[in-house]
Design a protein around this ligand. Sequence first.
Ligand code: 6GU
Length: 224
Amino acid sequence: MYIDILCAVPSLLESPFQHSILKRASDRNLLNVNVIDLRKYGIGKHHQIDDYQYGGGAGMVMMVEPLYNAITDLKKKRTYDHIIYMTPDGQQLDQSRANGLSLAENLLIICGHYKGIDQRIRDHLVTLEISIGDYVLSGGELAAAVLVDAVGRLIPGVLNDESSALFDSYQDDMLAPPIYTRPATFKGWTVPDVLLSGDDAAIASWRDEQAFKHTQRQRPDLLD
Ligand code: 6GU
């Protein structure tokens, strides 16, 4: 999968994809993340990318022309399954959206900054608008990193134990059960006996029960 990210602050995206699972994905060529600096397409000698908003009001707006030129240029190289705009007023990212996007060949992600981007880009070029939650970030870059992480780890072949994504919290609208590793006792804090019993059936049913209780406690809305 190719993911191109068009943004105003590329340095915010230097490190997130160079560690752990996403690094392995890119080492294996399963995921190629390419960050493009919108300023390259800026207007005039100052490479301007934002301007005051029509109608007045605080905050700058990212201009239509640099975005249009950048997107047009990028489209010459790849055919995108989606052109995604990261915005707090988009549809909220969830696991099922991430699952769907993990099957894409090519994605273009546009990160807003300042007040956001000129509406005409959203109306004519963007195909999907995604938010990562009901709070406002100062730009779309960190949200884009969240989206790429959630999607990238689901690309077939990325996770070592392919089945492990199936047991993630949210894959079945249930949170994951508690987990433990050695030692079995630490400062008198013990691991549940059943996990040390070697009884696979008992362990599986304990995990189901714990997952249910945990979900009831933390996220009762998931059980509705
Ligand atoms: Cl995608 N962008 C910004 N700027 N803020 C957000 C967001 C995105 N999702 C939640 N808050």
